[in-house]
Design a protein around this ligand. Structure first.
Ligand code: PRT
Ligand code: MG
Length: 212
């Protein structure tokens, strides 16, 4: 049995067409059912529904053989024990710095200055601002980052942006793009060695689906 870890929402929704291209159908809808282990039309493949940030953990410790996770999550989590064979080019977005409309960001990031940054992406942010020589006080948040500059909690946020509508609706502007993000296939290195043929077939099926 091969186990694939997915998170509900955009990753699950955008993975379905790739699976379908390989003839794989997931037999339950995670939005309708409370099941966390979903059967597929392939007797040797099942899908685990986990939190997006838990996908690398499941795959790293072998709770799942494969998983699909955003590059943002992988960078924050680290990729110890994970083989990353494929960029699936789904769930695309970018990770950016945003500030309140009217905030003088250029002035705030002068060399030697200090900036308060709220984010879920503490590791990515620390590295980005360190490379610019900007001192940052990082405030870890778990969601609704957009509120931080509006309430005076922080000067800036580092968050994912896709359409930009969320920023706009909250009177924030994107001032720097840190990097482009998409979802990656991750594979447990030990599982790949032990169960080679079926896992290889899954990787090849995803590669073919992405190339279509
Ligand atoms: O939402 P939940 O707390 O359950 O978990 P999660 O946020 O960890 O998972 P999920 O499903 O929201 O995101 C999973 C992955 O999708 C992320 O790790 C990214 O790799 C990818 N992804 C792609 C995105 C977006 N696009 C995205 N736009 N993840 C989040 N967003 C959010 C963003 O944080 C912001 O709040 O959408 C909002 C901005 O969208 P726009 O279109 O208004 O710019
Ligand atoms: Mg989310």
């Amino acid at each position: 049995m091969i186990t694939l870890a997915l998170s509900k929402g955009r990753i699950f929704d955008e993975t379905l067409p790739l699976l379908r291209a390989a003839g794989i159908e997931v037999l339950d809808d995670p939005d309708q059912s409370r099941k966390l282990i979903l059967a597929t039309n392939q007797s040797d493949l099942r899908v685990l529904v986990v939190r997006a940030t838990d996908v690398p953990t499941y795959v790293q410790y072998g709770g799942a053989d494969l998983g699909i996770t955003g590059k943002d999550t992988l960078l924050e989590h680290g990729s110890l024990g994970l083989y990353q064979p494929l960029d699936l080019r789904i769930a695309q977005c970018r990770i950016s710095v945003a500030v309140r409309d009217g905030f003088d960001y250029a002035d705030a990031v002068q060399q030697g200055s200090r900036l308060k940054v709220a984010t879920k992406y503490v590791g990515i942010s620390r590295e980005f601002f360190a490379a610019k020589g900007v001192h940052v006080d990082l405030i870890k948040l778990y969601g609704s980052m957009e509120l931080a500059p509006l309430t005076g909690l922080a000067d800036a946020i580092v968050d994912l942006v896709s359409t930009g509508n969320t920023l706009k609706a909250n009177h924030l502007v994107e001032v720097e793009r840190i990097m482009d993000i998409s979802a990656r296939l991750v594979v447990n290195q030990a599982a790949l060695k032990l169960n080679q043929a079926p896992i290889r077939r899954m990787i090849d099926a995803f590669a073919t689906a992405v190339a279509r």
